[in-house]
Design a protein around this ligand. Structure first.
Ligand SMILES: [Mg+2]
Length: 120
């Protein structure tokens, strides 16, 4: 699979892309929601991992824009350090299919990815 990681932290991108490539997947980096919108015009991806807090366009703002403009139809998993029920509820209401708490291990990430594709 080709998976887009939308996160303003290059360290997070490096860590998560390492987990993905180790298991034979491809990673694409977008630094924020604006960059993701731009890259999704040309990149075809199977899944998006979306950070919450980012400059220019945050994760929730990206989800709102996607709801309004139908930028992508692939599943979006929110990556967040927030585990407050309100945050999780908001992400799901805005169209994320799942969420994953940072920091996470490779096993946690792949369990979540399997869950997402079982739901489809
Ligand atoms: Mg961030």
């Amino acid at each position: 699979m080709k998976i887009m990681i939308v996160d303003d932290s290059k360290a997070i991108y490096m860590m998560v892309s390492g987990m993905l490539t180790e298991r034979g997947h491809q990673a694409v980096w977008a630094e924020d929601g604006v960059d993701a919108c731009e890259k999704l015009k040309t990149e075809k991806v199977d899944l998006i991992l979306l950070d919450w807090n980012m400059p220019n366009m945050s994760g929730p703002e990206f989800l709102e824009k996607n709801q309004a403009e139908n930028i992508t139809e692939v599943p979006i998993v929110m990556m967040t350090t927030e585990n407050k029920p309100d945050f999780i509820k908001k992400a799901l209401q805005l169209g994320a299919v799942e969420y994953i708490m940072k920091p996470f291990t490779s096993d946690i990430l792949f369990n979540k990815i399997e869950l997402v594709f079982d739901l489809e």
